[in-house]
Design a protein around this ligand. Structure first.
Ligand SMILES: NC(=O)C1=CN([C@@H]2O[C@H](COP(=O)(O)OP(=O)(O)OC[C@H]3O[C@@H](n4cnc5c(N)ncnc54)[C@H](O)[C@@H]3O)[C@@H](O)[C@H]2O)C=CC1
Ligand SMILES: O=C(O)[C@@H]1CCC=N1
Length: 256
């Protein structure tokens, strides 16, 4: 059982609280200055607007916008026995270390924490408690901090790219007459199942594509269109645009 607080109960802080509340018997505190944000997590944790209450936890997740970190972290006044888990994009461990005495973990989570299907990248003072917490809400990779910009793009921003692709598939279903709700369910479940297959299968992505393409059948018609298009480059470019922005944000913080 871990005593953990989350400062900032917005989209990402709220998702983490929801996932952790459903996964284990923890003492969870959600701290936010906004009453609506507190109300949104009240089913999952004790809520407060008092930073001092959040600062009593052994593990404190900082889930505010990157530009709020500089003011908020000194106010938390954490000590060396505590662990700060920062999820702020572009904010380096060096920057954080100037503002706190706590052990520092830098985590790039994603929104899928709320269904305990998070993909996370983590670095810094990762201990077994942090590993156990991350295991409860999904899968994680321990990476070097220098890899944080690409992780931010791939698994942090990644859900948005996947939501977009699910939407595009669902729209095609609607164009051809399916009801919107049916099309969304069929598209989303197809992504979910395909992702699970990739995770569990020993086959490569190309072998799996091949397994769906019956000779002279339907799939190959769509795949040939995709292979002849710029979709692969465009998806890669979207990931790299997010990576570039993460690097740019990190440079802005380094200059402060
Ligand atoms: N949204 C996402 O999918 C992901 C976000 N992140 C990171 O998570 C952090 C938060 O992002 P979001 O949840 O999207 O933002 P958000 O705007 O939804 O939530 C931020 C919350 O912080 C609260 N807040 C602001 N000042 C505060 C203070 N002094 N004390 C207590 N609470 C305060 C706000 O009221 C708000 O509820 C960012 O640093 C972002 O880089 C990381 C990975 C994924
Ligand atoms: O868009 C952002 O800056 C944050 C970080 C990764 C996902 N959302």
């Amino acid at each position: 059982m871990t005593h953990l607080s989350v400062v900032g109960c917005g989209n990402m802080g709220g998702a983490l609280l929801q996932g952790l509340a459903e996964s284990g018997d923890h003492t969870l505190v959600g701290c936010d200055i906004d009453a609506d944000a507190r109300a949104s997590v009240a089913d999952y944790c004790e809520t407060t607007d008092d930073l001092a209450v959040a600062a009593e936890a052994d593990y404190v997740v900082l889930a505010v916008k990157p530009d709020s970190v500089g003011d908020l972290l000194p106010a938390l006044d954490l000590d060396a026995e505590q662990t700060l888990i920062s999820i702020a994009a572009g904010v380096s461990i060096d920057y954080l270390a100037d503002l706190t005495d706590a052990q520092i973990v830098r985590l790039m989570p994603n929104l899928n924490a709320e269904t305990r299907n998070m993909a996370a990248a983590v670095t810094g003072a990762v201990d077994d408690t942090v590993r156990a917490l991350l295991n409860e809400v999904g899968e994680y990779a321990e990476i070097q901090e220098s890899e944080m910009d690409i992780a931010t793009a791939l698994n942090g921003s990644g859900p948005a790219f996947v939501f977009y692709l699910i939407g595009a598939m669902a729209d095609a279903g609607v164009d051809s007459g399916l009801e919107a709700e049916q099309a969304e369910t069929l598209a989303a479940q197809t992504f979910k199942g395909a992702a699970e297959t990739v995770l569990q299968s020993e086959q490569s992505i190309d072998e799996l594509i091949d397994a769906v393409c019956s000779e002279g059948g339907t799939t190959i018609e769509g795949m040939e269109l995709l292979w002849d298009s710029d979709v692969e480059e465009d998806v890669g470019a979207a990931v790299h645009a997010a990576e570039d922005r993460s690097r740019e944000m990190a440079a802005e913080f380094a200059d402060e």
